[in-house]
Write a protein that binds this ligand. Structure first.
Ligand code: PFF
Ligand code: NA
Length: 459
């Protein structure tokens, strides 16, 4: 195996704490916030569900976010090399190294399908701008979405464009690629979101949306709702997948990780709540259904835009918002792969981004086809467990329900139990009683919480 070099040289680190916050928040804020959170909130009892979700962010999300970033900064290399050098220097079992491989492979796989969906955002910016929703009925708009999914060439084209954008950003490196992109895109995302919320306040049923999202009705909260909240807390913060380990490897030593992790979690949660306040008022104002699942932002919302004054402009703004959120998440998924190629294969940054991106693009064709030509192909369908799952469903299940939670569990256990304690307090950035309480949560509550979700998802 190749000797790897930690890249903790000043020129190759995030230039500030803010730069890291924007990049990590960019990774966290994605489809999970803009589509999934509002929808599952409505389905599982509104305010009561939001409360449980916040508790889960605190006991699972933030601890793993802190631990993963801390491990990444300590190792200062790709997830694979970081875990190799840490297991050596800590004198722990070599089995922990699987955390690194899990990260590189899971982020590779998740990007292969995320990019296809990112392509939908590109298509919908065009549809909104062309006025295709104006005055259209539910059948027409549903048909537009159906026709997109049925056309492999169109999906492939936009998947390719999306991947090209991601490769061009990541290929330029941490400072002139990722940092410059998030410095522009994250403020833009925030502005677009605020514009959408104001639009919704003035032209939608804002009060009803606020009730729908925040009125706590504990009788509507089920066991399943609690588990969904737990699972989403992990997904929404991008933990357990090597992304934060890779981003943490470029983090200067002086940055306080605990405080930074809190900021990222607050930003991610705020965007999720604001997205709900932008979407639901429009849905309610037009007498539409809030709980339509995958169709919510690609069918229900366009229907609302098609009936409203300013619908063309705000439709474009909404899908631009979706695209920005998707791009800043996608670049984070390519980073572990690129870092691994650079260090282990000795390929320069740009070529690593190109080669990694090309391989991911190729695997993404499986997802493209799973919506049309291969829609009846269920690769592991002979196992009852995977019955009816297309290539896309399988990849999503593998990453979101297996690799991410197990990665998060292993990270909590490694940081909480296996790593030596000296220097840990300083690395994390907590003191005294707060540090001791944090360690109790990381060692017991976090693993227990993840295990419960994991076993539930499996059954
Ligand atoms: N956190 C993203 C979201 O909420 O949409 C999803 C995600 C990003 C998952 C990056 C995994 C990842 F590596
Ligand atoms: Na998120």
């Amino acid at each position: 195996t190749n000797q790897t070099q930690p890249h903790q040289q000043a020129s190759n680190l995030w230039s500030s704490r803010l730069a890291f916050i924007l990049a990590a928040a960019g990774s966290a804020v994605g489809l999970g916030n803009i589509w999934k959170f509002p929808y599952i909130t409505g389905e599982h009892g509104g305010g009561a569900f939001v409360l449980v979700y916040l508790v889960c962010i605190a006991i699972i999300g933030v601890p793993v976010l802190i631990a993963e970033t801390m491990i990444g900064r300590r190792g200062g290399q790709s997830p694979v090399a970081t875990m190799r050098s840490l297991t050596d220097s800590e004198g722990t079992a070599r089995g922990w190294r699987i955390i690194g491989w899990n990260g590189v492979i899971a982020s590779f796989l998740v990007l292969s399908f995320y990019s296809v969906i990112g392509g939908w955002a590109l298509v919908y910016i065009g549809k909104a701008a062309a006025g295709l929703f104006t005055g259209a009925d539910a059948e027409t708009i549903g048909g537009q979405f159906g026709n997109l999914l049925a056309n492999p060439w169109e999906l492939l084209l936009w998947h390719s464009v999306f991947m090209a954008i991601v490769v061009l950003i990541v290929g330029r490196g941490i400072r002139s690629g990722l940092e410059r992109a998030v410095n522009t895109l994250m403020p833009l995302l925030f502005i677009l979101l605020v514009v959408m919320v104001f639009y919704a306040m003035n032209s939608g049923s804002f009060g009803r949306a606020v009730d729908f999202m925040f009125a706590p009705d504990f009788s509507k909260l089920t066991t399943k709702g609690v588990l969904v909240a737990l699972g989403h807390a992990a997904f929404t913060l991008s933990i357990g997948i090597g992304v934060l380990m890779a981003y943490g490897s470029y983090l200067p030593k002086k940055v306080n990780i605990a405080r930074t992790a809190m900021t990222i979690a607050v930003l991610d949660t705020s965007v999720a709540l604001l997205a709900g306040l932008a979407i639901f008022p429009l849905v309610f104002a037009n007498g539409l259904e809030p709980g339509t699942g995958p169709g919510l932002i690609f069918v229900t919302l366009p229907l609302a835009f098609g009936q409203m004054t300013g619908g063309v402009l705000f439709g474009v703004i909404f899908f631009a918002l979706l695209l920005v959120a998707a791009v800043t998440s996608a670049i984070s998924m390519l980073e572990p792969v690129v870092e691994w190629l650079e260090e282990h294969k000795g390929i320069n940054r740009f070529k690593s981004a190109l080669a990694g991106g090309l391989a991911i693009w190729f695997v993404g064709i499986g997802t493209v086809l799973s919506f049309n030509v291969w829609s009846d192909i269920h690769p592991l369908g002979f196992l009852a467990f995977f019955e009816g799952k297309t290539v896309f469903d399988l990849l999503d299940f593998l990453v979101s329900n297996l690799m991410m939670p197990l990665g998060g569990l292993a990270i909590a256990l490694f940081a909480g139990w296996a790593m030596r304690r000296e220097g840990l307090m300083e690395d994390i950035g907590l003191r005294g009683g707060v540090y001791r309480s944090f360690m109790v949560v990381l060692r017991y509550l976090t693993p227990a919480g993840i295990l419960v979700v994991f076993l539930y998802n499996l059954i």
